[in-house]
Write a protein that binds this ligand. Sequence first.
Ligand code: HDE
Length: 702
Amino acid sequence: MAAVTQKVNAAVGDAKERQMGEFTVEQNDKTPLTSYFGTKIAETDIALRAGARGPTALEDFHNREKISHFDHERIPERAVHARGAGAFGEFKLHTPLTGLTTSKILNDTSRVTPAYVRFSTVNGSRGSADTVRDPRGMAVRLYTEEGNWDIVGNNIPVFFIQDAIKFVDLVHAVKPEPHREIPQAQTAHDNAWDFMSLHPQSTHMQMWILSDRAVPRSYRMMQGFGVHTFRLVNEEGKSTFVKYHWQPHLGTHSLVWDEALKLNGQDPDFHRRDLWDAIEAKAYPKWDLGVQLVKEEDEHKLIPEELVPVQYIGTLTLNRNPVDYFAEVEQVAFCTQHIVPGMDFTNGPLLQGRNFSYFDTQISRLGINFGDIPVNRPVCPFMTNHRDGQGYMTSKKNRAPYHPNRFDALPTVPPEHGGFASYREKVEGIKERMHGPKFSEFVNQATLFYNSMTDVEKEHMVAAAQFELSKCEEAQVHQAAIERYNLIDHSFAVKVAEVLPHVKVPDEVRPNHGKKSAFLSQVDGQGQKFTAAGRKVGVYVLPGYDYTLAAGIKTAFEAGGIMAKIVSAVTGPVAGSNGSTLPAEFTFENSRSTYFDSVIFIGGPGDEYATKLKVGRLIHAVREAYAHFKTVGATGNAVQWITDICLPGDFSPSVKTSESIVQENGCVFAPNPGVGVQFGEAYIENLAKHRYWARDVSHIAA
Ligand code: HDE
């Protein structure tokens, strides 16, 4: 067989990896360049022409094939969630939902189910930046033995609208304004806030997108939510309502806004790279799958976590990066309608609309045969009576693709043998354009969310709203937005309006009910996790750095699941004080402190840095990391440099001569390199805290 069609080892990995291997070709040393129809190509740089300066010949099939294929390389990007990153992995159930569902994946703890996840922003185009203020998608596909099950969720548990018919208005409002197509990937414009302030259903979601949740630190540090209520159905046909939650093992953490803004330019692929790097470093991201279960009889009750606790039943691990981004991330076609026997939908008007929309949109993105694309194929046997259409990829041997037929028609399967049967629900009502009574109160939950934030998180929300509204140009939009905030919390509206002097904040029209939830804050919320594992630390090695200490720190960090990246004046091997080298991945110039969760400066002996190391880029790295509330560390003479030059006046004078470790306000210093081991331990403890909010500017006033 020609080398060009050589398959990647299709015998390794789980069922999905083996299946993908069947469709993966690779180049080896002997692979020649050929045309699509297999002819070996002798010349690919110069087109066929009549004379060296003459016209190009139409007969040059290679030239035409090459250009034509290129001309048709693009497909429509997703209407929303165009920008994304994906990875494969596996799901393992540990607690079966016995008696509640016939779904094998929710009953059989011996199975390891192949999984695929695509994370995304919502608003921006395919090439837009990762760290914009936006909800994030977390679309999970489980390739079960009974078919694909997709949970197409977000990192925010509520939504802007309650009826799918409004999705078009929402998306037209939040996308870049149509007359000038500005701004890309963000809601800081008149149309977005015009719609949100006039459409009461978006009130609750507004508070979430103004919160730190909308600028996650990493896809690995986000919760995921199925958002809708779904059904589980058991053998007797009895149904239980269920909501799905994904709880990240690394906790739920965010960037600060200044950092997010800078990263948009400094590394627009920040989240994509982060996911990729973590998987390559074998720091596999994990989430626990949680369910909230409500009996059918309690249908009309709300489902807050306080009343219906989340029970954790299994773990999702992402452990394999894609081989080909277009094939596997662009062409993956999630559909909310992809469910397996033992589960079903509810009548939620959002979910019902989504069940139509996702299938429909894949047809224009990928063509009607999108199910045949390798990443979309189930791992169980599958056979349909669908025929033909663009991109039809397999030759099906069933001669009579209809039912019934004179041959062995594809048999249907009764529910008791695993065929899907819809839940038998009694339906009655008058056909009318109405919402149920639950859909009329929009403000209480928004107030509860705001009340549940710590002071620093509230400050971030005020600053976010000020940023968004101050980018809007029309006074009418400012006024309407403030009036909506005023319904949520008067003091919030007053603070936001400080940057909008022309706005009149109405008197408090609706007293704050004072209620809080213990689960919502990212600073002190119940269930939140703080760990140093999975973090990326910039280890800056300064001239004449202490090699033993730097190498020891790198090893200790990596043993703790922390990615330690050496930053130096040059890339490649950098010699320390004893002549041994460490490999630098970044230079002082090609990286920024924003790339890292924290920065450490490894000095050497002597005290010359304090006078000689007046390098703006480095001094800025210290100050920037400090201003972004990150753990900052220094050893040897770097301590004197930081305390004298970079952050003068911030630390007690004895810091630079101390024989033992000094820990002040998230900074860890070891002027004496002899305490390297304790330094590493203290550093990891500080790093785990994520950020040091006591450095927030508002605390100066306090
Ligand atoms: Fe989506 N949404 N959506 N959405 N959504 C799409 O489907 C839609 C909604 C979500 O990584 C589209 O394949 C409607 C809620 C994710 O490939 C489209 C409504 C939630 C992704 C679509 C909603 C989501 C999408 C665009 C209102 C959280 C990316 C391309 C009823 C639970 C999936 C595509 C991926 C993508 C429609 C609301 C999450 C147009 C009509 C609520 C994570 O079909």
